[in-house]
Design a protein around this ligand. Sequence first.
Ligand SMILES: Nc1ncnc2c1ncn2[C@@H]1O[C@H](COP(=O)(O)OP(=O)(O)OP(=O)(O)O)[C@@H](O)[C@H]1O
Ligand SMILES: [Mg+2]
Length: 345
Amino acid sequence: MKDETITGRLVRLVRERPGYRDTLEKIVKWYDENFKCEGCGSRNLKRVGKHKYKCTRCGYNTIIIGFHTMDIQATPAYLVKLANMGILEVTYRGSASGVYYMPKDIDVIRRVLRLSPREIEVPPPRELSIPDDLFEPIVGYDDLKGLLIDCLKKRVHVLLVGPPSTAKSMILQEIARIDGSYFALAGTSTKAGLRDVIVEERPSILIIDELDKIYNPNELSILLTLMESGFITVTIHGRRERVYVNTVVFAGANTTRKIPPELLSRFLVIRLRPYTEEELRKIIVNVLVRREGISEPIAKYIAEKVIIEMGSRDPRDAIKIARLSGNDKKKVDGITRILKRYKES
Ligand SMILES: Nc1ncnc2c1ncn2[C@@H]1O[C@H](COP(=O)(O)OP(=O)(O)OP(=O)(O)O)[C@@H](O)[C@H]1O
Ligand SMILES: [Mg+2]
C-alpha cells in the first residue's frame, strides 16, 4: 500500500514536471551500470551494511556508496525532492564532497517510467509525391483510382476486399511505388515484426497484402493503435515510449471474415466484384498484349476461349494459356481442349 502511494505520487510528479523524467532515467542508468557484484557481475546483492552488499551468487562483498549529483549530471534540487518523497535514500553526507544517494526501490522508478510513456513530438505528415502514371497498368476501375489517391492524400485507411484476380495486389503494388511506402506481405511481415518495421521505416504508407492472414493478436493490436492514434508504443531499454508515425494503411484481403470487427471499422472497406465478361475481355487483351507479348488478334482469341469456352472469370487463366501457347492459335486450341477435359468439376 505504501509502495502504491509512492508510485502514484511519482507518476503525478513526472506528469506535472516532465523534467523529473530525465533525472529518473539517469538514476536507472547509473544503477544498471553500477549496482552489481564486483566479483562476478551479478545483480543479486543483499544489503548487509550501510554501503556493503553481499552477492548471493558468489558471496563477494561489494561497497557501493551511491551516486552524487555530478555522477549523473542531475539538478541537485531534484534529488533533494526525490529524497524527501522517499524515492531516494541519502547514503552519505560529506562536508566537502556533498550528498550521495541510492534509490530505495529501483523497481518503483522503473515502473513509473513505464507507466508514463515519453511523448515524442509528432512530426508533420510527409507530403506524398504521387507519380503521374500511378495505376496506369490497371485496366478499368477509373472511378476507384481517383478515390484511392484522395484516400492516400487525406490519410484514410483503405481495405480492398475481393475474390482472386480482381487486381488487389496490383493496386497495392502500384501504391508501393510511392516514396515512403512500405510493402508488407502479411505472412512475411509477422516474421520481421510489424512493430520493428514501423519503428525503423516510419512509412508514410503501410501496405499490407492479405490482411486476412495476420493471426497474431500482437500485430493486430499494433495495427489498431497505429490506425486509431497514429502512434505505436515501444519499449526501449525498459522504458515505454510512443513513436508517432503518420502512417496510412492500405490493405488487401479475400474476405473480411477473419478480420476482427474493431480493425475492420477503422478501414474504408472497398469491395471489388468479379469482373463482367466485358471487363474481363478488356483486361485480358490488355495484359496479354502489353505484358505477355501476344498479338492483339490472338489475345482476343484467348479471351474468348477463357471466357466463353472455359467459363472462367479469372484473368490468370488467360495468362497461363498465353505463356504456354505464345502466338500460336493452334496451341491455344490444344491447350484449352486439354484444360477443359481436366477442369475441376
Ligand atoms: N484490372 C486489371 N487490370 C490489369 N490486369 C489485371 C486486372 N485485374 C486482374 N489483372 C490480372 O490478374 C492478375 C492477378 O491480379 P492480382 O494479383 O492483383 O489479383 P488479386 O486481387 O490480388 O488476387 P488474389 O486475391 O488471388 O491475391 C494480375 O497479374 C493481372 O495480370
Ligand atoms: Mg493478391
